[in-house]
Ligand binder design. Structure first.
Ligand SMILES: Cc1ncc(COP(=O)(O)OP(=O)(O)O)c(N)n1
Ligand SMILES: Cc1ncsc1CCOP(=O)(O)O
Ligand SMILES: [Mg+2]
Length: 363
């Protein structure tokens, strides 16, 4: 970068090799992440950020540093960690490569100071950009999964809750909310952590009902807030931009407010009366029609929905539903999940063929 070098008392070949190797490592890691941003997330903003970071790194990779390379003499080329061979999903690949990039940037920052004073500062800024990239990537991945989830399981206490959730996940479920109104916090944390682990094994999103603190404690993907819970702005401050915040709504005013306040999705209901929320007046299909016509964000019809009435809910315009009893109390939770998912997919296809789509968040 045109500045005088500052080799100091360090052996130049070793310092040069460290910088050369880590400039390569950081760029390779970024390149792997960039491919997913481009082809998986289809995000031009994230793809460009990866590209810009790679180009900024390339500008530090001078001929002098490349000349320091000595691959045959590098004992590190033979070393691989067993975990490198064990990646089973995209998240693991992304996390591993973001970590690799961030580590390399840190090495470049520390050793770069010895090479050129400006290099340390420049690399520090790049490391912060890499952290921001990680948050944005996480947020984008979560939003993408949310958009693609037609079925939402809200849990209720059950002796075999883990088994039921796992069966539903095996049936294709991708969105789970842990809802437990009676347990103490220690029990809630234990159960939520176990369900979270399960969800992440199946690459499903995991949301906590009511409690922002528990969502943070178990590193959930987000929180679901009722009208009596903390304001969305408050939850956002604690959870940051990358986690999902959902809000219950029972009428058009609450829907508008939730959207204005920045909810990522809303619950719309109760559609029908339900013993799961005894005493709560149903909002009915009229409110479903209103959401279908007006909600620009994902919304889930909820309340009393089962295999017998899902067609009516769908006809009113719902394309996503949330259920408790229909899966938790099903004789075969996996089959119940598959049934809902197949019905939702089939009804959606029929809707598209007939041109009856009314949900305003499509497309
Ligand atoms: C998806 C979804 N929609 C609505 C609710 C209900 O939330 P809330 O009104 O806060 O009632 P409780 O679930 O806390 O009893 C929900 N949990 N999930
Ligand atoms: C949590 C909640 N919020 C509105 S209705 C409802 C319960 C839905 O439960 P079920 O699917 O068993 O009717
Ligand atoms: Mg609540």
């Amino acid at each position: 970068m045109g500045e005088p070098t500052n080799w100091g008392t360090f052996a130049p070949p070793a310092l040069g090799r460290i910088l050369d190797a880590n400039l390569d490592r950081a760029r390779e890691g970024l390149r792997i992440v960039e491919e997913w941003c481009r082809f998986g997330l289809e995000s031009s903003a994230l793809t460009n950020e990866c590209k810009e970071l790679r180009q900024a790194l390339a500008s530090w990779h001078t001929a002098e540093l490349r000349e320091a390379r000595d691959t045959p003499g590098d004992p590190g080329t033979e070393l691989t960690h067993p975990q490198e061979r064990e990646r089973t999903n995209i998240e693991q690949v992304l996390i591993a490569n973001l970590c690799r990039t961030q580590e390399a940037l840190r090495v470049l920052e520390e050793y770069g100071k010895l090479y050129q004073p400006k290099m340390g500062d420049a690399l520090k800024q790049m490391r912060y950009r890499a952290y921001a990239l990680e948050s944005q990537l996480l947020a984008k991945g979560r939003q993408q999964k949310l958009q693609q989830a037609p079925l939402y399981l809200v849990t209720s206490p059950n002796d075999d809750l883990l088994g039921i959730v796992e069966k539903a996940l095996q049936g294709g479920l991708t969105l789970v909310q842990y809802r437990d109104k009676d347990a103490d916090d220690i029990t809630r944390i234990e159960r939520a952590s176990a369900i979270r682990q399960l969800c992440h094994r199946y690459r499903a999103l995991f949301i906590i009902n009511d409690r922002v603190d528990l969502a943070l404690a178990v590193d959930a993907d987000g929180v679901h807030l009722g009208q009596q819970d903390v304001p969305i702005s408050f939850a956002r401050k604690l959870l940051g931009a990358s986690r999902i915040i959902g809000r219950s709504t029972t009428n058009p005013q609450e829907m508008k407010q939730a959207i204005d306040e920045g909810a990522d999705y809303i619950g719309v209901g109760p559609v029908y009366e339900t013993p799961t929320k005894a005493g709560k007046a149903p909002a009915g299909l009229e409110y479903i029609r209103h959401a279908a016509a007006n909600s620009p964000i994902p919304w889930f019809a909820i309340g009393g929905i089962d295999m017998n009435n899902i067609h009516s809910v769908f006809s009113a315009g719902a394309r996503r539903v949330a259920v408790v009893r229909a899966i938790v109390q099903a004789e075969q939770p996996m089959l119940a999940t598959q049934y809902f998912l197949s019905q939702l997919a089939w009804l959606d296809t029929m809707g598209q063929i007939e041109g009856t789509q009314s949900e305003s968040d499509r497309g």
